[in-house]
Structures are given as C-alpha cells and as structure tokens.
Design a protein around this ligand. Structure first.
Ligand SMILES: Nc1ncnc2c1ncn2[C@@H]1O[C@H](COP(=O)(O)OP(=O)(O)OP(=O)(O)O)[C@@H](O)[C@H]1O
Length: 300
C-alpha cells in the first residue's frame, strides 16, 4: 500500500463547482444538450479524478443520466469538448469509448434475459474479441482467444458470486443479481473507468452490502468509479468526492461531508431524497420498467 492513496490527492481540492483535479481521467467543458426547449445539460466544466469513487447526485431530471450518455457516446451534445485520458471523445461511438477503457452500466439493466449468464458475459468481451477477427482463419488461435474470454468470464462470475447461475437465463435473475451481472460484464473489457447509473435501484437490502463491497473493490484495484445514485447512504458510505447537479448544471461539489452538510444543497437538491430511500419506493416500478424494456429488446 503506497503511503499516499489516490483519495489523499483530493485533500487539497477546493469544494467548488467545476474545480480542477490534480489527476483528472475525464475532463469536459461547455457541454450542453437540449431537448426541445429544455436544456437538460449545461455543464461549464467537469473533471473526474483518477482512482477514486465520485458520486453524481441531484434531483430527478437534473441531467445526470443525460451527462452519462454524452460522456460515453450514447448521445451527442449540442456543444462542448470532453476527453478521456487526454483523448478527445467527440464523435467517438460508444463501443469505441468502451474499448478505450471507459464503460458504463444502465439505470435499467441491459442484460439480455433470453441469454444465459455466461453468454451475457462473453458478449461483454466482444470489444476485445472484435480486434481478433483476423485470427478466425487460424482455428487454433481463434479458439484460444475464445477460451481466454470464457476463462475471464468465469473468473468474474466467481468474484461476483454468480457462478452458480452460469447456465441460467439472465431473465430469471433478481434485480440485484442483474446489477451484479451488468457490473461483471462491464469488467470483461478491463476498463480503467467504470460508470454506474443507479447501481442500487431495485436491489434488495441483502445484496446492497455486497454491491457496495464490489464497488469499493473496483477502486481498490486501481479503477476509477463514477456513479449516479439517489441512495444517500451509499453516497455517504463509499464516495471520495460528490458532484451535485440541478437543472443541467453542476451546482456544488466536494467531499461527502462537505456536500451533505451544505444547507443549500440539502434544501434545494437533496430535498425529498434526504433521509428517504427512493430506491425502495421506486423498486416495484423500476422492476416493472426493466422487464418491459428487456422484453422489448428481445422482440427487436
Ligand atoms: N430523450 C429525451 N427526450 C426528451 N427529453 C429528455 C430526453 N432524455 C432526457 N430528457 C429530459 O432531460 C432532463 C434530464 O433528464 P435525465 O434523465 O438526464 O435526468 P436525471 O438527473 O438522470 O434524472 P433521474 O434521477 O430521474 O434519472 C429531464 O427533464 C428529462 O425529461
């Protein structure tokens, strides 16, 4: 363990919106996205520190998921520049962003319910395998690449305690197990940065602790984690840094203690979510939406 951990690097950083970080893995400026007349994202400047866990919080409709979509190439902004490891991501499609080492999960999990757990995992590694298509004529090499993929998938399933579910259809998993599967699948490309959109939504309390442990272990093995979450216990528990959005803008950021004790943030932005576990309130609805979305995906 080095004397200085990556979390220590944030110690001297000022608690102010858009503040520069000592070692940013992601940098963005002037990012805007409008839907009709609504400015969903209007971020002047954002930096995500490498090797730590950053939470992105804010009320419903603040623009958190839209910002995730823009940063990861799932949507295109009206204006702005953003980069990952100094590499500009303008016009870079989502699958290439993932290959560069920046992957994300979705609020409503996108596991494929009619495929088995191991098949879902192997699909998560196709970014790597795609680069090996030239091996196809050389059968031996091709199958060893395939074996490597399966070995990695099995290691990850064991780590996430999903190995017993290996041959089950992903559709038979609980909401929490799907979240775990999605996290495990994201790791198939060995990302440097993993972005989790509401990892606790639809997760029962028993699995929550295990999920928290897994998120911390991602940081402990040197990855950067950025997550959107309404569950304030989780935010308080595991974040090294918190960024608050409201009406498309970054309105506050700082250490969890500083942000959570900022009265303006509590009043204006945590509001109803403060001390209320929205995750539980929304659980049934989210599950229902997830099922509907998965069924729709299966038909297309
Ligand atoms: N594809 C879209 N078309 C039209 N409006 C959209 C679209 N996507 C998002 N919006 C609007 O943009 C705003 C920001 O939405 P977004 O989902 O990014 O917020 P959020 O902070 O992630 O909210 P939540 O916490 O509820 O997930 C909302 O007013 C939303 O209705």
């Amino acid at each position: 363990m080095p004397a200085e951990t990556s979390q220590d690097a944030l110690a001297g950083v000022e608690n102010s919106p858009g503040v520069p970080k000592p070692d940013p893995i992601v940098k963005g400026s002037g990012i805007t996205r409008t839907f009709g007349g609504l400015r969903a994202v209007d971020v002047e400047h954002i930096e995500i520190q490498r090797g730590v866990i950053t939470a992105l919080i804010g009320p419903n409709g603040a623009g958190k998921t839209t910002l995730f979509n823009l940063l990861t190439g799932f949507d295109v902004p009206d204006s702005g520049t953003w980069s990952f490891n100094g590499h500009s991501l303008a016009k870079v499609p989502a699958y290439k962003v993932a290959r560069l080492g920046m992957v994300r999960t979705f609020q409503l999990t996108k596991v494929l319910s009619k495929m088995t757990v191991i098949e879902n995992m192997r699909l998560g590694g196709t970014g790597q395998r795609g680069e090996r298509f030239w091996l196809a004529p050389f059968k031996g090499l091709w199958s060893s690449a395939e074996d490597e993929l399966t070995t990695r998938a099995d290691e990850l399933l064991a780590r996430f305690k999903l190995d017993a579910k290996r041959e089950d259809f992903a559709g038979s998993l609980s909401g929490g197990q799907r979240k775990l599967l999605e996290m495990a699948r994201a790791l198939m490309v060995d990302p440097e940065l993993i972005m989790l959109d509401e990892p606790m939504a639809g997760v029962n309390p028993a699995l929550k602790q295990s999920l928290l442990g897994h998120v911390k272990s991602l940081r402990d093995e040197g990855r950067t984690v950025l997550f959107v979450e309404h569950d304030m216990d989780m935010v308080r528990d595991i974040s090294d840094w918190v960024i608050v959005m409201a009406q498309g803008q970054i309105v506050a950021e700082g250490t969890p203690d500083a942000v959570m004790s900022n009265q303006a943030v509590i009043d204006a932005y945590l509001g109803a979510h403060h001390d209320t576990d929205i995750t539980e309130l929304d659980e049934a609805g989210l599950e229902h939406e997830a099922e509907a979305e998965l069924d729709e995906g299966d038909r297309s």
